[in-house]
Ligand binder design. Structure first.
Ligand code: NCD
Length: 332
């Protein structure tokens, strides 16, 4: 299999890559679960230097990547809040920052940025430099989050036993939510997968992704009715990405005040315990997190809830991503 240097978009995950990746995750799970073998993992990326450069907030992506790296014996340098605590704050351009980081020759730069396309731009800067540095897109604005898609996909495979022939309801802020974009690109590669996009009209799935599905002949429907989750095998719910909208601050302040004063909760896009009960018996509920009220805590007790398991899977899947890019053979 041709080795990949960067991970930029879920569109790039070929069938060959996916098959080998699934086998690798299974093997890695065994190695990690076996106390006599776990120590050996520390040699997989021994002393490899990994830079995490995050211009945006993160809990799960950053920490799970760091733990994955530590589990493999790598050394990690983490620049959190890079937009404030680096020379970016002084006005340095993206090009200069990335070119400088590449010059230090870390083996990986894991990048999260506000601007769509920034990871691809960083990869072009690497390619021009001729250095052996892998760029991993850890979220580029409203663009994509391909490593999240890999862990979501693995979770679906593990929990449902297959990825083919599934009805997947994707809900929330589909216009801005990059995790939904990458997941749909990835799942649309499978036979028999269809989507129900559940969102208010102004936050419906972005046009270029729908065009992509049309070209590939993948079935999907758009609706604003959350009751449609009843038809799904997988429900993937997401938050509203307020930070990516130009909402009027006074308007949101007044609206939130009214909600609080009159104890009014808008549940049109909230999954409650009752909604969860209305789903298929063997359906699963996922969320990339953070959740900010769109799945109530009562749902956590529902047998269909898988979101905490999903986030836990992040470490295992990211260990495999790092090994794959570095060229370490997981299966002997
Ligand atoms: C998401 C992100 O940053 O895109 N979280 C994650 O990485 N697991 C989702 C979000 O911010 O809503």
């Amino acid at each position: 299999m041709k080795r990949i240097l960067h991970i930029l978009s879920a569109k790039e995950f070929t069938e060959e890559f996916r098959e080998s990746f699934l086998a690798d995750v299974e093997e890695m799970e065994k190695l990690r679960g076996d106390p006599s073998k776990r120590k050996g993992l520390l040699g997989f990326l021994k002393d490899v230097i990994i830079v995490l450069f995050f211009y945006e907030e993160s809990t799960r992506t950053r920490i799970s990547f760091e733990i994955a790296a530590h589990n493999l014996g790598a050394r990690v340098i983490s620049a959190v809040n890079a937009g404030i605590f680096s020379s970016v704050k002084k006005g340095e351009t993206f090009y200069d920052t990335i070119r400088t980081l590449i010059g230090y020759i870390p083996r990986f730069i894991i990048l999260r940025h506000k601007v769509k396309g920034s990871a691809a731009q960083a990869a072009r800067i690497v390619d021009e430099s001729g250095r052996n540095v892998s760029i991993i897109n850890a979220g580029d604005g409203t663009g994509e989050h391909p490593t999240q898609a890999l862990l979501d996909w693995w979770t679906i495979y593990k929990e449902k036993g297959r990825v083919e022939d599934l009805v997947v309801a994707v809900g929330g802020d589909l216009l801005h939510g990059r995790t939904t974009h990458s997941l749909v690109y990835l799942l649309s590669k499978y036979k028999g997968v269809s989507f129900i996009f559940i969102a208010p009209d102004n936050l419906q799935m972005k046009k270029d992704l729908c065009d992509y599905l049309d070209v590939k002949g993948v079935e999907y429907e758009k609706t604003s009715d959350k009751r449609k989750i009843k038809e799904a095998d997988v429900v993937y719910w997401t938050r509203t990405q307020k930070e990516r909208m130009n909402t009027n601050k006074i308007y949101t302040w007044v609206r939130d005040l009214i909600y609080r004063l009159f104890c009014y909760v808008d549940t049109r896009y909230v999954i409650t315990a009752e909604d969860a009960d209305s789903m298929k018996e063997d359906a699963i509920i996922m969320h990339p997190f953070p959740r900010v009220g769109e799945i109530t805590r009562a749902v956590d007790k529902n047998k269909r809830a898988r979101y905490f398991q999903q986030s836990e899977n992040g470490v295992l899947v990211r260990m495999v991503i790092l090994c794959n890019l570095y060229g370490v053979k997981i299966r002997k």
